[in-house]
Design a protein around this ligand. Structure first.
Ligand code: NAG
Ligand code: NAG
Ligand code: NAG
Ligand code: NAG
Ligand code: NAG
Ligand code: NAG
Ligand code: NAG
Length: 383
């Protein structure tokens, strides 16, 4: 099975690697949760999962955009690496098209991600978030309305990242899950399989599926009575790994299940664990010991490294994980770029940047079977 898939990939690559350097990807369509949300939730009435207030966005945009970090997300960085610029939240573009301030939807793609959502339709439903199935329905509607060109869809990248909220919620004491962990993960994978099937059906040929990061290490675990504070929550990470494994085998099956399509698996979990294990590798080794030098230079020194990989830069309570950044009583660190986590659930822009670089031009231990740079350069023969 494994061998056959690899062979299929090779076959496609041999025929289709494009030796020119023309831009083969006109657009990116993004589906998922708060890791990717660029502001959709802000436009959902009564949605209580928000990051549309300060100090979100303070490092890069210098204003809140609805992104759940201090700057750009992985989707933003990859768009910039490709050279097509950032994708607007779909709901924002929709308002602009409706009110006439915009003639048509942007040609470089759209971001449908909704923070708080999961791959299971019931996840955080009461908070007004848009499940990923609903995000896909919105996209399909645009295709049906011919607001998005099928020839664009066929050449575009499709980003899929979801599942953290389903797994985190599994451990909420008030939610009493009826399924055992394995069956729960299986149900999640079934939903993702259905999603990728649907995305293929409407014409997508380049699917990028991102694994979950180590959700059991987020500062927000301090909200869970059963989770340890001084180390990651092993039970949660075990479930995440199982889900990621399922995602990867789903991705491996894409070329055989969907002729003409390519699936790429981004190993975000391993990339983040690598950073956590050797934070200073990503900066200057003396940074921690001589933190005062850094302070003298206005914290510009540690731009490349991490001094804190456990607590949130912005929040309050144990690990900074019990109060959302920007909410009453929050505290903020002086050097977000030195922190792996920005708020209780989410990485800083610095972390996202490192992950993005690993996905863009990393080795197979980071992204496989090919990295995003190679994927972007492929010309796919349309089947
Ligand atoms: C891939 O595309 C980029 C531009 O997007 C170009 O700089 C690079 O040379 C291309 N590489 C190959 C191998 O085609
Ligand atoms: C939003 O919440 C208010 C008050 O709870 C309710 O009256 C209103 O119908 C809700 N609007 C939507 C669009 O759900
Ligand atoms: C139309 O919607 C866009 C996006 O929300 C907004 O920026 C713009 O001000 C609106 N224009 C009018 C005329 O209402
Ligand atoms: C769709 O794309 C093709 C090729 O880029 C172009 O010729 C055509 O005009 C586009 N159609 C619409 C409705 O944008
Ligand atoms: C996905 O699941 C829905 C029901 O939730 C079903 O109606 C649909 O046919 C499925 N789509 C595919 C492509 O399997
Ligand atoms: C640190 O920042 C302050 C205020 O922005 C500036 O006046 C000072 O020159 C900076 N110091 C260094 C060493 O860059
Ligand atoms: C990380 O930052 C938090 C909050 O500023 C602090 O309480 C904690 O001691 C720091 N941990 C390390 C290892 O520096």
């Amino acid at each position: 099975m494994e061998k056959k898939n690899l062979y299929t990939h090779l076959l496609i690559l041999l025929v289709l690697i494009n030796l020119s350097s023309s831009l083969n990807v006109p657009a990116i369509f993004i589906f998922g949760d708060s890791v990717f949300d660029a502001g959709n939730n802000h436009f959902i009435k009564n949605c209580s999962v928000q990051a549309d207030f300060p100090p979100y966005g303070s490092t890069f945009f210098h204003r809140p955009t609805g992104r759940f970090t201090d700057g750009r997300t992985v989707a933003d960085f990859i768009s910039q690496f490709i050279g097509i610029g950032l994708q607007q939240p779909y709901l924002e573009a929709q308002i602009a098209v409706m009110n006439g301030s915009r003639k048509e939807y942007p040609s470089k793609g759209l971001n449908f991600a909704s923070a708080g959502s999961g791959v299971l339709q019931g996840t955080n439903k009461g908070w007004g978030v848009l499940p990923i199935q609903e995000q896909l329905r919105q996209f399909k509607t645009l295709i049906e309305q011919k607001a998005i060109n099928r020839s664009v869809v066929e050449r575009s990248l499709f980003f899929l990242e979801s599942g953290s909220n389903d797994i985190f919620n599994y451990f909420l004491p008030l939610d009493t899950p009826k399924l055992d962990p394995d069956a729960y993960v299986e149900a999640m994978i079934k939903e993702v399989t259905n999603l990728t099937d649907q995305i293929y059906k409407v014409g997508a040929r380049r699917l990028v599926v991102f694994s979950l990061g180590p959700v059991g290490c987020v500062p927000a675990r301090a909200l869970l009575p059963a989770a340890p504070i001084n180390r990651c929550y092993g039970k949660m990470n075990a479930m995440v790994k199982k889900y990621n494994k399922g995602l990867e085998s789903l991705v491996n099956d894409i070329p055989t299940r969907h002729p003409g399509a390519i699936g790429v698996y981004g190993a975000v979990y391993d990339t983040v664990q690598h950073i956590r294990a050797a934070p200073t590798r990503y900066g200057m080794i003396f940074m921690e010991a001589y933190g005062f030098i850094n302070a003298m230079y206005n914290n510009t020194f540690d731009r490349a490294g991490f001094s804190n990989v456990s607590s949130a830069c912005c929040g309050d309570g144990p690990l900074g994980g019990q109060v959302q950044c920007g909410k009453e009583g929050y505290k903020i660190c002086q050097n977000p770029q030195g922190f792996l986590f920005w708020d209780y659930f989410h990485p800083t822009q610095h972390t996202y940047e490192l992950i993005s670089k690993a996905l863009w031009e990393g080795k197979k231990s980071r992204i496989r079977p090919i990295n995003l740079k190679t994927l972007t350069n492929l010309t796919l023969a349309l089947v």
